[in-house]
Write a protein that binds this ligand. Structure first.
Ligand code: NAD
Length: 251
């Protein structure tokens, strides 16, 4: 890998809450960043006073050609790829009665297949320069033991984020000979657009589940992503790291 200062990191979901915070933090640390998302960027998504070190790209992670194209654009601009922080994803609160097969499959194609396609495209580039680090995203919602009976659980979302736990292990093993580490972050409830639809009662309940007594901030997730793409985590591989304020240990 290149020296930590020059490192090139691709962040997906970067027009969203957590991905945007990851791109911001990595830029602040001096990394070169490709910030990619399906939706257009606004000025306050990524603090782009960093023209030389920031590339903004459109990507649809459920499309293999689009994943390859965003990696190719990153390498064309910065010459290499050292890290992937894959935060792109969609949420749903449809319960089992409302969930149609098309919706189920579409969600899996973004959250699961999209994760695989993005990791695969990134690994193809990383292998050419001696390795790298990939960070995927699961979710605390996989741990259903902490949910109260009043919660609207979307089977498609929970299934998609549980699948990432299997994918992390499979890819960590597959990419180890290429010197590419693969880990995932499992965020607890975090204050972003994804949780904006939750009412006050739901937010209070989610806060009470944690030892911290509150939901997380996007910046708190970003600091762990930054650690996982750095050499500081060189002996961390194949892990799912919960970043959730002690979720399920709370009241
Ligand atoms: N916010 C939370 O409470 C929470 C909790 C657990 C897990 N997560 C996970 O963290 C990640 C980031 O969530 P967030 O809260 O920042 O959500 P967010 O909605 O703010 O951001 C998600 C981003 O992904 C992008 N995206 C969606 N489909 C895409 C596609 N096909 N191709 C490319 N980009 C696409 C969206 O445009 C959006 O900008 C997600 O994977 C989410 O499931 C979030």
């Amino acid at each position: 890998m290149s020296s930590s200062k020059e490192r090139v990191i691709l962040v997906t979901g970067a027009a969203g809450g957590i991905g945007g915070a990851c791109a911001d933090l990595l830029l602040h640390e001096g990394k070169r960043v490709c910030a990619a998302d399906l939706k257009p960027f606004h000025d306050d998504d990524v603090h782009a006073d960093a023209e030389d070190t920031l590339l903004l790209q459109k990507v649809d992670v459920s499309d293999a050609a689009s994943c390859k194209a965003v990696v190719a654009a990153t390498v064309a601009r910065f010459g290499r790829l050292d890290g992937l922080v894959h935060m792109a994803g969609v949420h749903s609160d449809h319960d089992w009665r409302e969930l149609e097969p098309e919706q189920f499959n579409r969600l899996l194609s973004i959250n699961v297949t999209g994760t695989f396609l993005m990791a695969k495209a990134a690994a193809e580039a990383m292998r050419k320069t001696g390795g790298g680090s990939i960070v995927l995203t699961s979710s605390g919602s996989v741990n259903l033991s902490g949910h109260g009976g009043d919660v609207n659980i979307c089977p498609a979302f929970v299934t998609s984020k549980a699948a990432i736990i299997g994918l992390v292990g499979a890819l960590a093993r597959s990419f180890a000979p290429l010197h590419i580490r693969v880990n995932a972050i499992s965020p607890g409830a975090t204050d972003t657009a994804m949780t904006a639809s939750y009412d006050e009662k739901a937010m209070r309940r989610l806060s009470k589940r944690t030892l911290a007594g509150r939901v997380g901030t996007a910046g708190e997730i970003a600091r762990v992503a930054s650690f996982l793409v750095s050499d500081a985590s060189s002996y961390v591989d194949g892990q799912v790291i919960a970043v959730n304020g002690g979720d399920t240990f709370g009241a």
